[in-house]
Design a protein around this ligand. Structure first.
Ligand code: FES
Length: 276
């Protein structure tokens, strides 16, 4: 039987951990499993150092973009040789396996997602049980919020967003490049469509960010004098309603894009071609 004691100045004193009767553990456990599996996959792939580029169709996995290792050039798959190092290759080949080929973009993307409002909620609940769910007491005695190191670093999110914006532009360039035909010129394969869909979803995630909404429409005294920003703020606000969904869907789309490129680049499967 639940026992609610006299209200305290801080919190209601409830002996039970929670009065919730629904299955509130499903969310944190599912999140923990999905995130852990994703981090393992992404870490393995980022350090793999192989099966990242298909020269024939210019397919570059987003986990290796921009590709900065010497190995990114002169990649041969199915007898076709080409370069993936479009933005320079200053990492020597001996760093393979130690430093990801996308050494400049991956740390920012990781920090961008780690400091994202949606992911914060998700991993605070599932990894730290802080709290594990709404109206469920957390095991920690003290709550210091995000005012101290290291969590004060969450405030840098807006700067990681700026980096992510630039990286999304690079991913867009990669997706456009992926419409390359066998005989040169224009071509469409399943890989082109997967990379394009992934980059559209990545834009959905990046532009629906809470910091983006503030950058676009914040710090204004009134909207009437800034109709363009008001309109953009309206668009971003619409996207923002689904930010959590974009955050999750892009985890899946990144894996699908990477896995498909890896399978074609390792000559395990052939690309399904629709045109040229
Ligand atoms: Fe999620 Fe900014 S709040 S990316």
């Amino acid at each position: 039987m639940s026992t609610v004691e006299a209200p305290d100045k801080a919190r209601a004193r409830i002996r039970e951990r929670t009065l919730r009767t629904d299955n509130w553990r499903v969310y944190p456990i599912t999140t923990l499993v999905i995130f852990t599996a994703w981090v393992v996959y992404a870490t393995v792939r980022a350090f793999w150092g192989a099966a990242f580029y298909v020269p024939e169709y210019h397919y570059l996995t987003p986990f290796y973009s921009p590709c900065l290792n010497e190995i990114c050039n002169n990649v041969t798959v199915n007898g076709v040789t080409g370069d993936a190092g479009e933005f320079g290759t200053f990492l020597p080949s001996w760093t393979r396996g130690w430093i990801p080929f996308a050494a400049l973009s991956l740390p920012f993307l990781l920090l961008f997602r780690l400091t994202c409002y949606y992911y914060r909620k998700a991993y605070y609940r599932s990894y730290w049980a802080s709290p594990p769910a709404c109206a469920v007491a957390e095991p920690h005695k003290k709550y210091t919020g995000e005012r101290r190191f290291p969590l004060i670093g969450q405030n840098l999110h807006r700067y990681f967003w700026m980096a992510a914006f630039v990286i999304s532009l690079i991913n867009t360039y990669d997706a456009v490049r992926a419409f390359h035909g066998k005989d040169g010129g224009f071509g469409i394969g399943l890989g082109s469509i997967i990379l394009l869909a992934n980059v559209i979803l990545l834009w959905g995630y990046t532009l629906s960010c809470h910091s983006c909404r503030h950058i676009v429409g914040g710090r204004l005294k009134n909207f009437s004098k800034h109709p363009f920003r008001y309109r953009m703020w309206g668009w971003v606000s619409k996207l923002n309603e689904r930010h959590g969904q974009y955050a999750l869907i892009t985890l899946g789309s990144l894996v699908v894009a990477d896995l498909y490129v890896a399978l074609v680049a390792s000559e395990t499967i052939s690309d399904l071609r629709f045109f040229n």
